[in-house]
Design a protein around this ligand. Structure first.
Ligand code: COA
Length: 260
């Protein structure tokens, strides 16, 4: 793995942890984080030893406090539009073929919330706070906030967050379905890694195809979605892992999946 300035990547068995590492700026996303994040994801995608990715922020206070506002000064409509039309970190996470878990400690704001929304599963600490505060800067979400948030929690709740810019606490985020689980801060890493480790033992190809099918659900109509599901389901039957899974069940043992 390459080394980076604004992020770190560690491997714990089959689980990689990518940490946004700008704690004195509450891990705000500047252009360097975007570029390095995209590069790291590219490496992790090709690394067969990595089966699950966890993304988090450095320090106990903040997951990500949004886009780096200091970079907004020089931005024009053209630079902003081009930046978001390029291969963004949000879209690279969305398209990442392996399961991605956002492990959220503290502030999860603006682009931070959009990054979490691009992940497959969100797990947070009790001290987490969520918002889309762009409206307070006279702008609106531009990294998928209006689209992914609405699909995940529904129009009324997304409208409330985006139009008010107010922060919601972890319990409200849980009630809204924005996060999957909330843990006391001191248990967040252990519980998230335990969950990630469990998923990392599943069949990698079936994980990838399951992700593709679930993501397709909000991007298609039901008939197209059901057809895509059957096609992907059928592909599972061509894998060695399907044979291993079925044999292990019949032989009453734990399967060992190889991603083939
Ligand atoms: N962009 C750039 N810098 C940021 C930042 C952001 N989104 N969020 C925090 N920082 C910086 C602060 O400027 C400060 O830097 P400094 O020490 O050099 O002055 C440092 O991070 C610590 O933040 P601070 O505001 O002192 O912490 P706090 O606990 O008082 O407040 C927040 C925390 C999250 C409420 C506050 O930092 C905030 O509102 N941040 C902006 C959130 C936002 O609007 N994000 C969406 C952008 S579209």
């Amino acid at each position: 793995m390459s080394t980076y300035e604004t992020i770190t990547v560690e491997k714990h068995g089959a689980v990689a942890v990518l940490t946004i590492n700008r704690p004195d700026k509450l891990n705000a996303l500047n252009s360097n984080v975007h570029a390095e994040g995209v590069a790291a994801l590219d490496e992790l995608r090709k690394d067969d030893s990595v089966r699950v990715l966890v993304i988090t922020g450095s320090g106990p206070k903040s997951f990500i406090a949004g886009a780096d506002i200091s970079e907004f000064e020089g931005m024009t409509p053209v630079t902003q539009r081009n930046q978001f039309y390029e291969k963004t970190l949000f879209n690279t996470i969305d398209a990442f073929p392996k399961p991605v878990i956002a492990m959220i400690n503290g502030f999860c704001l603006g682009g931070g919330n959009e990054l979490a929304l691009a992940c497959d599963i969100r797990i947070c600490s009790e001290n987490a706070r969520f918002s889309q505060p762009e409206i307070n800067l006279g702008i609106m979400p531009g990294g998928g906030g209006t689209q992914r948030l609405t699909r995940l929690i529904g129009e009324g709740r997304a409208m409330e967050m985006i139009l008010s810019g107010d922060m919601i606490d972890a319990a409200t985020a849980n009630k809204f379905g924005l996060v999957n689980h909330v843990f006391p801060a001191e248990e967040l890493v252990e519980k998230t890694m335990e969950f990630a480790g469990k998923i990392a033992e599943k069949a990698p190809i079936a994980l990838q195809l399951s992700k593709e099918a679930v993501k397709f659900a909000s991007r298609s109509n039901l008939d197209e979605g059901l057809r895509r599901e059957v096609d992907l389901f059928a592909i599972c039957f061509s894998t060695e892992d399907k044979q291993e899974g079925v044999s292990a069940f019949l032989e009453k043992r734990k399967p060992v999946f190889k991603g083939r």
